[in-house]
Design a protein around this ligand. Structure first.
Ligand SMILES: [Mg+2]
Ligand SMILES: [Zn+2]
Length: 248
């Protein structure tokens, strides 16, 4: 699997004992450790403050590949990143509505030594450019339970369908599950969300082209969304559900 790229650098550049879902790519400008106190700063690019200011923070939790950018297998560097149609417009709408935008991404390519953490950082710097700097944080899991190299070759709670990255994001941003929505393109993204009681919908694509491809033993069938425009519509629709907002 890692034939092309030899382990020219030691994986030791990745801190040993990476905690569940390291917030590896917190955008510059957000002091690590106090994320929940700084999102206002990140909204500076939003033209106008939303008049409706919820008393509790809310977030869209976003898988990366197949949601923000095109799914094309492992992405080794920024040049392989292809933003999805309507990306910036969707993110701006969510920001205007007051959502935090938090990416949660399995990145076992690091454990497999297909690319290095520095490559991933460059990829995510490019991703932030595509996203107009609107992403509040990017959480990654660098592990894989069966493939790759020590110390990242291990089972971990952060790799989806595990909920570790989501739990960390909720904790760091002071979020309750009922104030979050997740968009993913793989069943495991949704399983991670469901295990915490987070509502989630599935972006159709290579992984799950149609509802027929959803695992039959995993009820209920989720909402299927063909593009980001419909994803925005879904999130705003769920948001207006009184059940979601009532106890804010
Ligand atoms: Mg994906
Ligand atoms: Zn992990």
């Amino acid at each position: 699997m890692a034939e092309a790229e030899g382990p020219s650098e030691s994986p030791a550049e990745i801190p040993a004992g990476i905690p569940a879902g390291i917030p590896a790519e917190i955008p510059a400008g957000i002091p690590a450790g106090t994320p929940s106190e700084t999102p206002a700063e990140n909204r500076a690019e939003t033209p106008a403050e939303s008049p409706a200011r919820p008393s509790e923070p809310k977030a869209i939790l976003l898988d990366r590949d197949g949601v923000l950018n095109r799914e094309r297998g492992f992405i080794h560097g920024p040049e392989e990143l292809e933003p999805r149609e309507g990306l910036l417009e969707a993110l701006r709408t969510w920001k205007r509505e007051g959502f935090l935008l938090l990416v949660v991404s399995n990145q076992s390519g690091i454990a497999r030594q297909l690319f290095h953490l520095d490559d991933l950082r460059r990829t995510h710097a490019r991703l932030q450019e595509f996203c107009g700097g609107l992403l509040d944080a990017i959480y990654i899991c660098p592990h894989h339970p069966e493939e790759g190299f020590a110390p990242l070759l291990r089972s971990c709670p952060c790799r989806k369908p595990g909920s570790g990255m989501l739990r960390q994001a909720l904790r760091e941003w002071g979020l309750r599950p009922e104030n979050c929505l997740l968009l993913g393109d793989a069943p495991r993204d949704l399983f991670a969300a469901r295990s915490l009681g987070i509502k989630a919908a599935l972006m159709t694509g290579d992984k799950v082209p149609t509802p027929d491809h959803w695992p039959r033993d995993q009820a209920p069938l989720p909402t299927f969304l063909p593009d980001l425009r419909s994803a925005v519509a879904w999130t705003l629709e769920v948001l207006t559900d009184p059940g979601l907002k009532e106890d804010a």
